[in-house]
Design a binder for this molecule. Structure first.
Ligand SMILES: [Zn+2]
Ligand SMILES: [Zn+2]
Length: 146
């Protein structure tokens, strides 16, 4: 969101902005957003400071760290920013929103908390019951266990 500092009323104001994924250019950081998303801003000006609360709900496309399936991961969070401003400034929150989403992107995203992952033997997706190892193999002392 870009806004002239001079146009922010002293009493504060609410704004909504819809971001297109390409505007935030998150793909450069391996964060994939498929759909436009809304940010609700609440902005307050006090002297030379502007306080911004940004209510963000964004749906990311992730690759599950366990089963390698594509899945969705939703970030729903309020971010707070403080800016020191001059009356002639134009405030731009885009970079801060981008940084926060990148920070909140999970390092090891899972398609669901109890994802079963892949069978280490056949690579079948255990969530989808693709593994037939248990049915086909003979478990009798295969690993030399006595
Ligand atoms: Zn998974
Ligand atoms: Zn298997």
């Amino acid at each position: 969101m870009k806004i002239k500092v001079s146009s922010i009323p002293e009493a504060g104001e609410r704004y909504q902005e819809t971001y297109l994924p390409q505007v935030l250019d998150l793909e450069r950081f391996d964060v994939k957003v498929n759909r436009p998303f809304n940010v609700n801003y609440h902005i307050l000006k006090e002297g030379e400071e502007v306080f911004v609360r940004a209510e963000v709900k964004v749906c990311l496309e992730i690759i599950c760290a366990r089963c390698l399936d594509k899945a969705e991961f939703i970030i729903e969070k309020d971010y707070n920013f403080t800016y020191r401003v001059k009356p002639t400034d134009i405030l731009d929150t885009t970079e801060d929103i981008r940084q926060e989403i990148i920070l909140d992107y999970p390092l090891k995203p899972l398609c669901k908390p109890d994802c079963l992952g892949l069978c280490p033997k056949c690579g079948g997706n255990l969530n989808r019951g693709e593994c037939r190892c248990n049915l086909n193999q003979n478990w009798g002392g295969e690993n030399g266990v006595t």
